[in-house]
Design a protein around this ligand. Structure first.
Ligand code: SF4
Length: 454
């Protein structure tokens, strides 16, 4: 490689986005400079996702689009889930690729990059599922100006029938609570007030040293000076315990929002998916949240068209929406994935039927959300500023329940990202709220700090 500039494109989930922040920090520590286009870069990196067929295809299309740059001596690296899943096969499919590294090997990135610099043409970092290592680094290039991420647990031991993650990210391994709280303090020191704890199954956290429970870790992070909001994602119903709800009720800094993927409303389909809980069991966890003192907003993930899902079983998923009244649903059509148990199941639901079921679900959920959001009309709520939309002359923000709130602002200078404002809700839409700033009512902490011209 002639120079030390790199381009990094990230596909997929929040875990991948935060991994990329750590990869960028590690490369910058090694003297590399991040550039915004493939043409400018000496090293082109793609942090990949293989959760669905389409996601994986995107990577190879991108590689194909830019293979012409290989002639100019540029190096290509595929990292993340497709790298771990496909391994050395990527070198055959795209011979101009010279680095293939799964997320479990990122702590070895400096060494892998040095081998590239030394001229090696087939460098791999493909740890097996048994690795105990976590990717802890003090070099994180935090790209979000108002929210900082901390990965507290990596990997997954759940082996849901349709999912590649246990094979691409290794077994569950948690960081010590001490290192997590220490990172939270560093983040607060950088001026952040909001932290999001990450994990494929964040509530499967098992403190290897301090023996703190997940709920205790949440509270410890929430008690860090300067931190005003703590979020966590993604939870698994099997490890969702009552003390998490009690912690949210007891600690105002813990956001009143829980993302609890259910995947299906049918107990038989859940069994086929190897989710290891029933509809009733799941609804008991929902009941804990509904009984909480705070109004906890709940969101979920759903799959339609899993092999063998009958119309009646799909109907059970629809009725689950009515029963739970989610504030947000991320729904997908089933697609079979390599190496997963469901690969051997006959993908019996025709694509057109999957699309029809998905639309029915989205339409029903949209109606539920419209009513849920209308419940906020007239309410005064604390909003964290995330940006400004000059075209609409609106401040972009988010409530502690993770609801988008956009509001008018009476001053020529917009509030800075990361600051907090009181907002009165004047209009409601299925996916967002609109309001006006309640001025003259001070908020404690950072409310009016760092104003910038609109
Ligand atoms: S819990 Fe299931 S769906 Fe979630 S990452 Fe693990 S295997 Fe995949």
């Amino acid at each position: 490689m002639s120079g030390k500039s790199f381009y990094l494109e990230t596909f997929g989930c929040q875990m991948n986005a935060h991994d990329s922040e750590k990869v960028i920090g590690t490369l910058e520590q090694q003297g590399y400079r991040q550039v915004e286009s493939e043409e400018e870069a000496d090293l082109l990196l793609y942090n990949t996702c293989s959760i669905r067929d389409k996601a994986e295809q995107k990577v190879f299309n991108r590689l194909n689009d830019y293979k012409r740059l290989a002639r100019a001596g540029k190096r290509f690296g595929v990292i993340g889930c497709v790298a771990q899943q496909e391994g050395e096969k990527i070198f055959e499919r795209a011979p101009y690729v010279s680095l293939v590294a799964g997320s479990a090997s990122y702590r070895r990135l400096p060494e892998l990059i040095e081998r590239l610099e030394a001229g090696e043409t087939r460098v791999t970092g493909l740890d097996d599922r048994q690795t105990e290592e976590t990717f802890e680094t003090e070099f994180t290039a935090r790209k979000n100006p108002y929210r900082a991420y901390i990965t507290i647990i990596e990997g997954c031991d759940k082996f849901c029938a349709y999912c590649v993650v246990p094979y691409t990210r290794g077994k569950e391994r948690s960081r010590s609570s001490e290192s997590v709280v220490e990172e939270a303090r560093r983040i607060a020191g950088m001026g952040y007030t909001e932290i999001q704890l990450l994990g494929q199954n964040v509530n499967s956290y098992r403190d290897p040293i301090g023996k703190k429970s997940f709920a205790e870790l949440l509270t410890a992070v929430a008690e860090v000076d300067g931190i005003r909001r703590v979020r966590f994602t993604t939870s698994h119903p099997r490890d969702f315990t009552r003390d998490i709800v009690e912690a949210i009720d007891a600690v105002p800094t813990l956001c009143d929002h829980v993302h609890l993927p259910v995947q299906s409303g049918s107990t038989r389909v859940l069994r086929q998916m190897a989710r290891e809980y029933s509809r009733e069991w799941y609804l008991e966890r929902i009941a804990w949240m509904k009984a909480a003192k705070r109004r906890i907003s709940i969101s979920t993930d759903l799959i339609v068209g899993f092999p063998g899902e009958t119309t009646a079983e799909f109907e059970e998923t629809v009725t689950l929406l009515d029963e739970v009244q989610y504030d947000a649903v991320f729904a997908f059509k089933y697609s079979s994935r390599p190496n997963t148990p469901s690969l051997v199941m006959i993908d019996s639901i025709p694509e057109a039927e999957k699309s029809k079921r998905l639309q029915i679900l989205l339409d029903r959920q949209r109606e539920i959300q419209r009513l849920n959001y209308e419940n906020h009309l007239g309410e005064k709520m604390e909003v964290m500023v995330e940006g400004y939309n000059p075209a609409r002359e609106q401040v972009i923000g988010r409530s502690s329940q993770n609801k988008p709130v956009n509001f008018s602002w009476p001053h020529p200078i917009a509030p800075a990202p990361g600051s907090y404002q009181w907002v009165r809700v004047t209009r409601a839409f299925p996916n967002s709220l609109v309001g006006e700033a309640v001025t003259g009512e001070a908020l404690t902490g950072q409310a009016t700090a760092g104003m910038a011209a609109v």
